[in-house]
Design a protein around this ligand. Sequence first.
Ligand code: ASP
Ligand code: MG
Length: 463
Amino acid sequence: MKVIKVGGGCLHGKETIERIVELIAARGKGQVFVVSALYGVTDLLIRSMAKARENEEHIPGILSEIKARHQLVARHVIGRAADLKTFNKEFANGLRRLERFYYGLNFTGEITPRLTDAVTSFGERFSAMLLAAALRSRGVSATCRMPEQAGLMTDGKYGDATVNLPATERNFEANLAPLLARDVVLFFPGFFGVSDAGHITTFGRGGSDYSAAVVAAALNAEILEVWKDTEGFMSADPRLVAEATLIPVLSYEEAAELAYFGAKILHPRTVEPVRKKRIQIAIKNTLNPDGEGSLITAQSPKPASIIKSVAYDTDIAVLKVHASGVGARRGILGEVATAVSERGVNIKSVVTSQTCISLLLARGDIDAARDALMDIAPRPFRQIDRLDGVALIGIVGDGIQKRPGIAARCFTAVADCRVNVEMISFGPSRAALYFLVEEKDLASGVNAIHSSFFSTPRCGRLS
Ligand code: ASP
Ligand code: MG
């Protein structure tokens, strides 16, 4: 059996959704579909929380917008009146529960992480119900199960949960296996699970990919397919590099690096659950379902280009923590990292020298991280500076850290284009090398490296 993830980008507009429903009817018998919310619905649910808190009179309008968005699609894709009626009933129940959450947060005036997770889970709940009804109305036997019914268990961390895979596996065996033996199309909402205490916990934005990987691992699927509206992983962002090509095969390690820093093809944690079980991930383009796509597997062939991709991240700023003898002072790195993460700030990467610890952070996190460090008493550092206007470039390919000459080739290409490299990090992965450039040099740098590894060298900036 396959587990297939259908992304929100494919659930955009009633005609597109109808095509997806047809694709599922044609290819999805006996498979499990893990689905995202309809396009834009998660954002709408989040935005609406602030509006609902502001004034309870906003709540009926919020609910009618959510209702209208789904019913517009439902009326189009659920052809049979009886199936539409069943869907409407289920949907109305869900809306009533959602409504209570909005009134609740207005009443308490508080948007807690727990409530945020409960509210945002409704996007996926509704899309799973809707798609199951659409398939039934085409005469295909289809149903949906919610994560709390199936027992998809998490560690209870709101907004950034991790799954408890052994417990989930046991629960799925009891709750889903009998259903799957009946050869139905099963729809399962992505994005969230339930904690031991019974609380809804999400996996963070884009987390349906991770859910799908969890479901694939727990059910020992033969493969995890990720249906998207793009072809797959590319050798560079095609908006920046005109010659960028599709990467047909990647290793788990390469995919994890690219998911983290590169294009937003997959949620960064997607490979974790499937890797141990050696379940492959196939990225498929729903606009070209017979196309090659990208395959993520344990062993990936070494390409002639040596590297697989040049990735970049512009949401980067650096906090430089100056202290002497960093390498000889026990605990200083831990102290700095702990203070920052206790403020809820994620550290993307760390580069250290004897005199400086550089924290690579998302731009919006810089102030919070700085405040957290200033509050440490006594201060383990001399001074803090920030570095703005930078972007991160990474080259990704298995074994590049071990192969001589790769870094030299990369930096020569960059230097030949007169791009200055600010900071270099091999990072924790054997498959990646990262460095910072000034943001204005990003396109030149990425193009120079791409040309150097994938074709004849030249300096180029796309206009
Ligand atoms: N609907 C959620 C989001 O927009 C999760 C997902 O689609 O992966 O972040
Ligand atoms: Mg996504």
